[in-house]
Structure formats: C-alpha cells, structure tokens
Design a binder for this molecule. Structure first.
Ligand code: BJW
Ligand code: ZN
Length: 260
C-alpha cells in the first residue's frame, strides 16, 4: 500500500493540540463487522430505511429483532483492529483528543479509547419502549423471538433509527469537538447519513485541517484537505508511526539546542 502523507501534513498533525477522529462502519470492517452500504454491506438484502426505523419495528418486530440478534452475535465475537488501536495511541499524543463514532459496536472503548461520543447508540444496550427499563444483551438474547419487558412492553435495541433524534449530550459534545479541532479525521464513513455527516464540514468551516481515510472516495473527498486512500487498519498505524517519529525528532532537536 502506498499511503503518502506529506511532511508538512505530518508536521501539522504532530504539532496540533486538538484532534478529533470521526468514524464510521469502515473502521470496524477489518474486525469482521460488515459495513452498511456497498457490495459487502449488511444492507445488501434490505435498504437501511426498511429495517432501521420505528415503523418497520412496529410492523414486523420479529424481523427487526432477527437482524439485530444476528449482528449482536457477530459484534460480541469480534475484536478491535489495528485502526482502533492506532486511535488509542493517538489519544496519548494530544492534550485534547476525541473520537466521535457513528458505530454502535463499542469497539473504540474496548480498544481503550477513553473519550468516545457515540452518535447512533450502542448495540450492547436495550430498553423497553413502554417504560424505559434497560436490558443487557444477555437478558434479551436468552429470550427467543421478540423480547418483552416485565411490564409487557416490547424491548428494542438502544440505537438511533432513521427519523429519530441523536442523543442530545453526545451530539452537543461532538459539535464542540468538531468546532474546536485543529485537525479532523474522517475515517471509514460513506458520509451520507445526517446530521452526523455534517460534522466534517462543520470542523472545516471552523478552521480544522480535514483528513479523510477510506479505500474509496466519498461525497466528502473533494472537500478534504488530504485523502489517505486505503483501509484504516493499515493507514492509521502508518500515520501514528509518522507522528511519533516526528515528535521524537522534534524532541531530539529541542534537547540538542538546550545542550548547545
Ligand atoms: C473502509 C474500510 C476499511 C470499507 N477502512 N474504510 C434527506 C436529506 C438529508 C437528511 C435526510 C433526508 N431524508 C432523511 C434524512 C435524515 C436521515 C438521513 O440522513 N438520511 C440519509 C440516508 C438521506 N437521518 C436521520 O434520520 C437521523 N436522524 C435525524 O435526522 O433526526 C432528525 C429528524 C427527526 C424526525 C424526522 C426526521 C429527521 C438518524 C440517522 C440514524 C442512522 N442510523 C444507522 C443505524 C444505527 C443502528 C444500527 O447500527 O443498526 O446508523 S443507519 C447506518 O448508517 C448506521 C451508521 O452509523 C450510518 C452511517 O453509515 P457509515 O458508518 O457511513 O457506513 P457505510 O456502510 O455507509 O460506509 C462505510 C464506509 O467504509 C464506506 O465509505 C467504505 O468505503 C468504507 N470502508 N472498508 C476504512 N477497511
Ligand atoms: Zn417495560
């Protein structure tokens, strides 16, 4: 793979104070979690709007639950990959570093990232539509078919479906992390689902240098200051290696000039 990150960009990224990484399904692809769109997407059989919305759930909760039970099992069995771990290394390099993720798979936290804003919920959680009682995956997967709450209500996954509002606090924190970023990385997202997809351009309007990491161009590519084309599990570790090398060299020269 030939990912070329110009020296001035490495310098800019290495000397930034506030860096924000915005991730989508692509960062988990190399862990074995299928993406939503494209040839290998989990939406191959169904369009997103057909399953991930409340009216589909009310119409056919068994079908929606069958799909979520399948995905919950896939996600429980996978591990974070080199891309997730590279972001953990990056967090250690900056005084202000945040991950904003559209993913519900919890892999950033499992890798060790500590500041993670989940915009579309978390597939490890569930709640009763009628009374709000929370349920774990262990609770719901033990019950065949559509899981029911003690109150008789239907339990649903704690994820954000089309037509639903994003969690307010996570959204506000994400907007702040975008607006204040010196460098904003958009990683493994098709950048078509709003309002999340508006964050990269928001960051750019507020002065961030916008870097996109994706094997394929997206609608955002033409607005990016730098497009690093390739799988994030390969591109991100190379990028962090370059940053660490730059920091080491800069540290060495500072040391040398103090000694002189
Ligand atoms: C790699 C890789 C590798 C592959 N390395 N990369 C018209 C215009 C504008 C907006 C709207 C509109 N009509 C309706 C809307 C609103 C709607 C929307 O945006 N629709 C668009 C599709 C048109 N948005 C909403 O409804 C949102 N809510 C909202 O707007 O509330 C206000 C409102 C209130 C009342 C009424 C109406 C509005 C909510 C959106 C919720 C999205 N939910 C989902 C499901 C979550 C739960 C679950 O997981 O089951 O979130 S949909 C799905 O898409 C999921 C994802 O987070 C999201 C984004 O997908 P993502 O991550 O970008 O994945 P992919 O598959 O699309 O892309 C993967 C990328 O990875 C590709 O680019 C690959 O190339 C790349 N890749 N391998 C790096 N190794
Ligand atoms: Zn209930």
């Amino acid at each position: 793979m030939n990912v070329s990150c110009p020296d001035d960009v490495v310098a800019r990224l290495a000397t930034a104070e506030r860096v924000t990484a915005f991730t989508g399904a692509g960062i988990s692809a190399e862990s074995g979690v299928p993406t939503f769109r494209g040839p290998d997407g989990i939406w191959g059989k169904f369009k997103p709007e057909e399953l991930a919305n409340m009216s589909a759930f009310l119409r056919n909760p068994a079908l929606v639950w069958e799909w979520y039970a399948h995905r919950k099992k896939i996600i429980a069995d996978v591990q974070p990959n080199a891309g997730h771990y590279a972001l953990v290394r990056m967090e250690r390099l900056y005084p202000k570093f945040a991950v904003i993720t559209q993913n519900v798979d919890n892999l950033h936290r499992r890798a060790g990232s500590t500041v993670v804003h989940e915009l579309h919920g978390n597939i490890e959680r569930n709640y009763c539509v009628a009374c709000g009682e929370p349920y774990t995956n262990q609770d719901v997967l033990a019950r065949p078919g559509v899981p029911r709450c003690r109150c008789g209500g239907t339990i649903r996954p704690d994820v954000v479906w089309f037509g639903e509002l994003l969690p307010e606090e996570e959204w506000d924190l994400s907007v702040r992390a975008a607006e204040s970023a010196d460098v904003f990385l958009s990683i493994g997202t098709s950048a078509v689902v709003y309002p999340a997809a508006a964050l990269p351009s928001l960051a750019k309007r507020h002065g961030a240098f916008l870097i996109e990491v994706n094997p394929e161009p997206t609608p955002m590519t033409e607005h990016a200051d730098l497009f690093l084309q390739g799988p994030s599990g390969q591109v991100l570790p190379l990028l962090v290696d370059a940053l660490e090398k730059f920091r080491l060299r800069a540290g060495d020269s500072a040391e040398l000039s103090r000694e002189r």
